[in-house]
Write a protein of this length. Structure first.
Ligand code: FES
Length: 98
C-alpha cells in the first residue's frame, strides 16, 4: 500500500520500501506510476530528483528517466532501466504490485 490518493497530489512523488525494493511512486495527470528508486548510474535516490511531466531527473548527474516505464530517456551513456511496477487503486487507496 502506498497511501491515500489525497496523499499524492498531481505532479508529486513519494518514496516507499516494499518487499525489499526501493520504489518511487508518482501521480501524473491522475495516473499513478511506480518505478525503481535507485538510479542505475551511481545509485542516487530518484525521489530526490526533479519531476517534469513524465521525466524524472536524477539528482546527482542528471539522467532523465521515464516515470511511466522506468526506461532511460537521456544520459551520455546507456544505463540499465530502473524497472517498473503496476499500480492499482481500490477505494481511494493507491497500491503497488511487487
Ligand atoms: S547517479 Fe543518477 S545520473 Fe548518476
Amino acid at each position: 500500500m502506498v497511501g491515500k490518493k489525497s496523499d499524492l497530489g498531481e505532479g508529486k512523488m513519494i518514496h516507499i520500501t516494499a518487499g525489499g525494493k526501493e520504489i518511487v511512486v508518482a501521480n501524473i495527470n491522475g495516473i499513478y506510476y511506480a518505478i525503481g528508486n535507485t538510479c542505475t548510474h551511481s545509485g542516487a535516490e530518484l525521489h530526490e530528483g526533479e519531476l517534469q511531466g513524465k521525466e524524472l531527473r536524477c539528482p546527482w548527474h542528471g539522467a532523465k528517466w521515464d516515470i511511466t516505464n522506468g526506461n532511460l530517456i537521456w544520459f551520455p551513456q546507456n544505463l540499465n532501466p530502473v524497472g517498473s511496477y503496476p499500480t492499482s487503486i481500490e477505494q481511494d487507496t493507491v497500491y503497488v504490485e511487487i
